[in-house]
Design a protein around this ligand. Structure first.
Ligand SMILES: [Zn+2]
Ligand SMILES: [Zn+2]
Length: 148
């Protein structure tokens, strides 16, 4: 848990500062939720975030986790992923990137590539001004491929 490097810490401070300028104040619980999201690349669900933060802040509620996630999402500091499961997953990396989801174990892995020309193609074909797109890859991860 305590393996955050200097860059991740600075990111959290920057996000907190820019939210503060908008008049949004952070409690230590909310800060812990943000820091956990920035430090992990597992794309956790709200319940998983709740379980982790609760170890450090036993008083935190699932409602606080949801409120904090919604607020961060509204301010474009996180992505909410729909991976076709019951619960949404959350990604502290709000940069546009893609995900591969393992249909066996549910692992979600980041995939960085530049497909921005897709927006241009979609725009030319539909006449829309395209703001964003979603694209998820489904299959079996390396570990699950070994078992099957
Ligand atoms: Zn897998
Ligand atoms: Zn991601």
């Amino acid at each position: 848990m305590e393996t955050k490097d200097a860059m991740e810490t600075r990111d959290a401070i920057e996000i907190l500062r820019s939210l503060k300028e908008k008049g949004i104040r952070f409690t230590p619980q909310r800060q812990a939720i943000l820091e956990y999201l920035l430090a992990t690349d597992t794309h956790p669900t709200a319940e998983e975030i709740y379980r982790q933060v609760k170890e450090k802040f036993p008083g935190v509620s699932l409602g606080t986790v949801y409120n904090t996630l919604n607020m961060l999402k509204e301010n474009n500091f996180l992505l909410e992923l729909d991976c076709g499961e019951m619960s949404a997953r959350f990604d502290g990396n709000a940069e546009n990137h893609y995900h591969a989801v393992c249909r066996q174990c549910g692992k979600v892995v980041d995939f960085h590539t530049d497909l921005l020309q897709l927006d241009t193609l979609a725009s030319a074909s539909t006449g829309f001004s395209i703001e964003t797109h979603r694209l998820v890859f489904y299959g079996l991860c390396g570990q699950c491929r070994m078992i099957h």
